[in-house]
Design a protein around this ligand. Structure first.
Ligand SMILES: Nc1ncnc2c1ncn2[C@@H]1O[C@H](COP(=O)(O)OP(=O)(O)OP(=O)(O)O)[C@@H](O)[C@H]1O
Length: 304
């Protein structure tokens, strides 16, 4: 569906994307995970054929965005980072106008709008003003709008940023359904839980480069341990205490507010910490996540 070789994006002297290789296969959910400024949106805009490629090769649905931009845009669904709904129109008319813009007949667009409102669970809000919708509903309407042309490939830029946990789960559920229906999803996110939930495969991006690629489970297996013991001590104590426990796990990371001990047995680490007479104010044993992979590869957290 998407093939990039040495893909680059520059803004003047600044290189936001520094030569990346990406293959997205039909039917998969593919993610770009990275912190703000990693180059995810710049990549997505090139894939959406709305921002010209600065270097390298890019093919979308077998087409070249430099010469076939219009054809590509006609076959994609794009859900941008910011909601760009028309607040002058009600919910249903937002879909209607968009469908007409894509060249659907009135009859087609009416049928499609009803179908999509049902799919995103907004049938009862059809006549509501956009401004009266919650953040989650607006996102769902934006997704419905991006599906008006029945795209095979849907691009979602930070689909759940700013939503509360319940609204995120509702949205994830809709995206799962789309995937089951055969739509290829390409998602950018800086939420590791979103990437783990939704993506079959992903690339981890940092400073315009890909630093790792694989399924969430493979990345965790390759770059982290099974468990992590988190230890919170008093403010400013973490750096000094790290030296006293560094032999307890495969690796210890010092964060401003806690120590992370990478291990296959978190409970054992906790008891050894207590045996050494250390008294953390809070402890937690959890499984490794993509956040740990990112920290391992870059030395930074995703939400810095
Ligand atoms: N139009 C532009 N002109 C100049 N610099 C830009 C432009 N668009 C993006 N950049 C810069 O390129 C870098 C990558 O930005 P990009 O938006 O692709 O990152 P991102 O990973 O999507 O992060 P975010 O989650 O904040 O969107 C940033 O340093 C950003 O300031």
């Amino acid at each position: 569906m998407i093939s990039a070789r040495g893909l680059r994006k520059s803004f003047g002297d600044f290189e936001a994307v520094k030569g990346i290789d990406v293959e997205v296969r039909r039917g998969e959910a593919f993610g770009f995970l990275g912190p703000n400024g990693a180059g995810k949106s710049s990549t997505m805009r090139m894939i959406a054929a709305v921002s010209p490629v600065s270097g390298g090769e890019l093919r979308i649905l077998g087409l070249d965005p430099a010469t076939d931009g219009q054809a590509i845009r006609g076959r994609l669904g794009v859900c941008p980072q910011e909601d760009t709904l028309d607040t002058e129109l009600n919910v249903r008319d937002n879909l209607f106008i968009y469908g007409r813009y894509f060249g659907l007949s009135k009859a087609e667009v009416n049928e499609r709008a009803d179908e999509l409102l049902e799919f995103v669970q907004l049938t009862e809000k059809a006549k509501a003003k956009v401004d009266d919708l919650s953040g989650g509903m607006k996102r769902r309407l934006t997704i419905a709008r991006s599906l008006i042309n029945r795209p095979d490939l849907l691009l979602l830029d930070e689909p759940t940023t700013g939503l509360d946990p319940q609204a995120r789960h509702v949205l994830w559920d809709r995206l799962f359904r789309l995937k089951q229906a055969g739509v290829t999803l390409v998602i950018t996110t800086h939420y590791m839980d979103e990437a783990e939930q939704l993506c079959d495969r992903l690339v981890v991006m940092d400073k315009g480069l890909i630093v790792a690629e694989g399924s969430p489970a493979d990345l965790i297996r390759e770059h982290s341990t099974r468990e992590v013991a988190e230890l919170r001590f008093g403010v400013g104590e973490h750096e000094a205490l790290a030296g006293k426990i560094e032999d307890l796990g495969d690796r210890v990371e010092v964060l401003p507010d806690r120590l992370l001990v990478y291990t296959d047995d978190g409970e054992r680490v906790l008891s050894q910490v207590h045996e050494r007479g250390l008294q953390p104010v809070a402890t937690l044993v959890r499984r490794s996540t993509l956040e740990d992979v990112f920290l391992r590869l870059t030395g930074r957290t995703l939400v810095d």
